[in-house]
Design a protein around this ligand. Sequence first.
Ligand code: ZN
Length: 105
Amino acid sequence: MNKSAIETTLQSKLGELEERLAQVSKDMSKSHSADFAEQVTERENDEVLEEIKAETEASVMNVLAALARVREGTYGQCTRCGEAISPERLAAIPEAALCMSCAGK
Ligand SMILES: [Zn+2]
């Protein structure tokens, strides 16, 4: 994969993640019900949304870091051991920062 193709892939992934974040924030700001039983459900729902939000934000950071590595010319190298990350792994997880063996540790 060439550099601009990688950047395009990462940028579109970033766009999807930002859309998800916007959606989650919108869901979280919805007004709460006056009914107590429903409030409990809503609170549990909020916790799930918080988790999704935290995961999505972490993914955004990973994708941004991967884009920085593309610009630095270190994309595709493991950030821990410096070995090349396998193309199969990068195809599955374009923002992967670690090679298979480091990620497995
Ligand atoms: Zn490694």
